[in-house]
Design a protein around this ligand. Structure first.
Ligand SMILES: NC(=O)c1ccc[n+]([C@@H]2O[C@H](COP(=O)([O-])OP(=O)(O)OC[C@H]3O[C@@H](n4cnc5c(N)ncnc54)[C@H](OP(=O)(O)O)[C@@H]3O)[C@@H](O)[C@H]2O)c1
Length: 134
């Protein structure tokens, strides 16, 4: 099986962490770029990457354009020229309030992480996907 390069954004827990593990274990020649919002709070992902050397961790905060703008540099440092599959998994649902209780700050926070972030990151990642297009 040929090498597959995956970029899983939001890989510290939940679905993103499980996908990272599964893709890494499926084939040792696969390469998984797994992003963490906060490297200091990503112990499970770091432990997994210590066991499976085909997992490489980068820092990425969907709510920060400054962080998103570092993606090229971080991929370059890993020698990444192309990506086969990008999974924009990071997201939040922290608002447990009703429509009439919620406020603008809370709505904007969800919009930034769940809507703006994925678009800005996709703008960065698209050229890497074209490199591996068959
Ligand atoms: N599970 C469900 O039933 C369900 C249903 C519908 C949609 N979804 C969506 O599917 C995705 C995964 O679900 P899940 O249940 O696995 O979620 P989860 O356990 O809450 O994990 C969310 C992931 O997103 C990351 N994340 C949150 N805010 C971020 C930010 N600003 N920048 C970068 N990463 C950030 C988290 O990182 P940290 O560890 O740093 O917080 C974590 O890695 C989410 O987008 C979720 O909204 C899930």
């Amino acid at each position: 099986m040929t090498q597959q390069i995956y970029f899983i954004a939001g890989a510290t827990r939940g679905i993103g962490l499980v996908l990272t593990k599964k893709f890494a274990e499926a084939n040792s020649s696969n390469l998984i770029i797994a992003s963490a919002r906060n490297l200091d709070k990503s112990d499970e992902l770091k432990a997994l990457a210590a066991k499976l050397s085909n997992i490489k961790i980068i820092q990425l905060d969907f709510a920060s354009e400054e962080s998103i703008n570092t993606v090229d540099k971080q991929l370059e440092a890993l020698g990444i020229k192309g990506i086969d599959t990008f999974i924009s998994n990071a997201g939040i649902f922290e608002n447990k309030l009703t429509l009439f209780e919620t406020d603008g700050a809370d709505l904007k926070k969800h919009y930034a992480v769940n809507t703006v972030g994925p678009v800005l990151i996709f703008q960065k990642v698209y050229k890497y996907l074209l490199e591996r297009e068959t």
